[in-house]
Ligand binder design. Sequence first.
Ligand SMILES: [Zn+2]
Ligand SMILES: [Zn+2]
Length: 134
Amino acid sequence: MLREVALRVTRPRVAVLSAVHDHPHADTESIIGAVRENLGAVSHQAVYDVLRALTAAGLVRRIEPPGSVARYEARVGDNHHHVVCRSCGVIADVDCAVGTTPCLTPSDDHGFVIDEAEVIYWGLCPACSIAPSS
Ligand SMILES: [Zn+2]
Ligand SMILES: [Zn+2]
């Protein structure tokens, strides 16, 4: 994957990319933890730099729901959406049910050429909606 986007293959890049693959929607701290299990000592800055490079190259998608830290996923390019739990912050993928370029037909496009849509659904995850509210 790194070679396809002309990024030099380095152990930190491989470790970060596989951590993002293995932990969808993980935040930077969890990714650093997973990378350290793999590589040993790696600085925060190194992981941040790799995440930025992978995001810029389109191998990783960065999402940042309001009120949440940035999270990363390796599922890119399919314009899928997210549902976020208001209580515990867990995030799940939502495939749009409509066609191959989902949700790209706004009721009014204001003359824009639209190529991406991002919807965040908010609510309570199954675990939190069962728990008695305090
Ligand atoms: Zn929840
Ligand atoms: Zn996702």
